[in-house]
Unconditional design. Structure first.
Ligand code: FES
Length: 111
């Protein structure tokens, strides 16, 4: 099982903003909403824009390229919630002054 990895210090991400960090072979967008942190795959499922550079309003981020909106807490595509489209969501925890992320290891194919 993948371990948590420290990516930033508390306070490195201003409220209402996000930053991108490489974790476990993925680019992870870490959002700060109030004093809570949320982590999703940074690459938009549409065409790969950085969601961390999008517009954040509440728990929604709007992609900077074509304005698809995603929930930063569950990854759901908010413009069409009945679709199966969502972005990956990762565990976040704060330990001391560190913001830590856990990205699951890719599934192993059977031998
Ligand atoms: S790349 Fe994100 S909406 Fe198109």
């Amino acid at each position: 099982m993948a371990e948590f990895v420290a990516v930033a210090k508390v306070g490195d991400i201003p409220p209402g903003e996000a930053r991108t960090y490489p974790v476990g072979g993925k680019l992870v967008a870490v959002f700060r909403v109030g004093d809570e942190y949320h982590a999703i795959n940074d690459l938009c499922p549409h065409m790969g824009a950085s969601l961390a550079t999008g517009w954040v309003e509440g728990n929604a981020v709007t992609c900077p390229w074509h304005a698809w909106r995603f929930c930063i807490t569950d990854g759901l595509w908010l413009d069409n919630p009945k679709s199966k489209i969502r972005t990956d969501v990762y565990e976040v925890r704060v330990v001391g002054n560190d913001i830590e992320i856990r990205v699951p290891e890719p599934a192993q194919s059977p031998p």
